[in-house]
Design a protein around this ligand. Sequence first.
Ligand SMILES: [Zn+2]
Length: 853
Amino acid sequence: MGSLTVEEARERARLLDVTGYQVELDLDRGAQVFGSVTRIAFDCREPGAATFLDVRAVELGSVMLNGRELDPTTCVDGRLPLLDLAASNVVQVEATMAYRHDGEGLHRATDPADGNDYVYAMTFLDAAPTVFACFDQPDLKAPYEVQVRVPQDWSVLGNGAAKQVGPGEWALERTQPLATYFVTVCAGPWVSVRAEHRGIDLGWHARASVAAELREQVDELLEVTRDGLDYFERLFGIDYPFGPSYDQVLVPEFNAGAMENPGCVTYSEHALHRGAATLAQRRGRANTILHEMAHMWFGDLVTMRWWDDLWLNESFAEYMAHRAQEAIGRFEGAWAEFGISRKAWGYAAERRPSTHPVAANPAPDAASALQNFDGISYAKGACVLRQLIAYVDDGPFIAGVRDHLHDHAHGNADLADFLDAVGAASGLDLRSWAQAWLRSAGRDELAVEIETRQDEKTGEMIREARLWRTPPMGEWGELAADRPHALDIAGFTDGQQVWRIDVRALGDETLLPGLTGRPAPALVLPNAADLTWADVRLDAASAVHLPRQLPPLHDPLARVVTWVALADAVVQGATPPDLYLETLVAALPTERDSGVVAMLGRVAGSLATSYFADEQGARTRIARAGHLLLERLGDAQAADATEGVEAAERASLRLAALRIVASATDDVALLRTWLAGEGAADGLGADRDFGWLCLTALARLGAAGETQIEERLAADSSLDGHLAALAARAAIPTAAAKAQAWDVLVGRPEGGGASNSERLHTGLSFWRCPDLDLVRPYVPRYAQELPELAGVLGEYALGRVAEAAFPHAVTEAHTAEVIEAALQRPDLAAAVRRSFADGLADLRYALVSRSRY
Ligand SMILES: [Zn+2]
């Protein structure tokens, strides 16, 4: 399928000025197809010239250009030529389009709980032409008037405020100019909760079968929404640009966390908690709400000109969401969460072959832009913005942002415009800064070297200290990066901060005279406040002391930086994986943030999968760390560790610890007790997700099977229950169960087979198996059959499934050989190639570590 190239987009933007869209969708034609009529008014700067329209229909009906009929068979590969344009034109396209089941285009899902169907449009990144005919590129913005026909018991939501105009007939208010990839319509028998905030109509919407959860949680969702609107309007000095309505819709089987459609944000409905949720989960959800809201200004009001600046949208929203969260103060620990989860994600991306500079990645066509949409775009980009703020100061930065938003409102802009605005506001020339931070890939390694002397009275003192910055080898080509870092360095002994200094590192070697004569601490931590983006290397003495030095350390950011540096060193083979587990057992019980606990459990779990020959032995140690945290929380005497921790956070820590133990333990009796909501899991008996976690663990251990899964499914017939049952089935360690799961994962029966979510849940659960002989034969099948899903799944969904289903559990040289051979295939979809290459790199790291330790 051809993808729009940047040259084609530039030419079309030069030629056309699109003045308005009218779209009519008929969603009352059954479960397979829908009707789509589009009328586009546009001007052409060169009358007589030709262009083309993007449309991907099942059947193209009549096509009219300026009153004359065009031959629909001239539409080839999604492009309909429009010849001999007038100065002002109207094109009208009638088409029959197909619903999709991969979370892209117009996705249709059936709720197994009540049989209701729901439909939503996800037109990002280039799926709009599968919903309506359009000039599909980000810089041809235009206002939309949308009408939708639906079954009579449905309601409709979209970018413009929705109004019912007849039985089953809905009209959306004319919008501000929108890029095609923002256009959405959500239809179905939604339950809706509405409110108002300073003249903005707020709505939260979800499937009918989760009405109870929505009503229970909606107050918090609305409060975060109101806080966010107030904060961003104040910060940017511009009112919410897409009023009067701001709808937020929780939709099923969504590929991303959320999508910032102006006026109508769509969220993965996992944002709605089905059972007990930790404070960190609620904090994460608030963060997503604020992230999408930040896009209303940056991304939606001012939109990138071409996809190569997609990163700036995401970096900006990522940074702004955390900033807003800290300012609003509803949940603590926004930046700690950023460090342990988002930065760790980006750091992992930097270790892989698919890493790339933050900016200036050529996106020769729309599809290739998607390949750069990763932890670099989000987390590294946000860190780079924090470095930019450290460089220019916050006042000028915000002044530049305001100017930028104001100058390009309802239009498009690019990175150069943004840097010009911040440069003008700060009076600084940002070219060399941008060159260093934005146009090179990889992380600098930062390490502190300390020479000490023994003092009779005061003990070991620092004689000389320096910070070493080692840029990555120049394998990314043309430019060796010379990144200036703003950071701090802190020293800790037994949890006490001995000293802390701010540093501007402008070269590879920075002397630290401020430390001379100060005491030598047990733990020296570069980047202690987690401000910069770097591969933080702990010196050998600090690393060895971690099991003793980390538990008493209370500074949350310093803890996070230490955990991430330790995991980084283990993954890269510089530190024995055993030290991670030893530190985990010692220090997890002293964690105070449930989000950090959850991430540590996840990291330890993935290390157990790949880095330990005795996987269950490693998991037993992880479970022990979880048990120790539970004990500590239950032990009123151990006030030292949990002193000052609020009751809600204690409950959150407890829940996070229970989840860690449940997914790591091989104690069947314990899992059965917890599944019944007894013992330490007292009170979680009705928690469906925790129940599925325990049952999947039991299934994996061969202690539960189809009967128990069916029983549980009968009590939880929801969509999530259905997906959890697939994961539980995929975990059963029998040849028959694995064969069935495999069919779900890669099957392509008539009609397309499993949905994106069904494949994803199966893939995540498939490989972890107490008997690797059962799954080993599937390694070559993965390499052979997964690429064949291209075309069944859209590129985005395909990449996610390929990554989730990568056979990390079979950490063997043979697996690497099989994937390597598969990479030679010339016909791999870009998303599959990337997942294979990255998975292979991860696998090789694990193999090196295993051979070393
Ligand atoms: Zn975003």
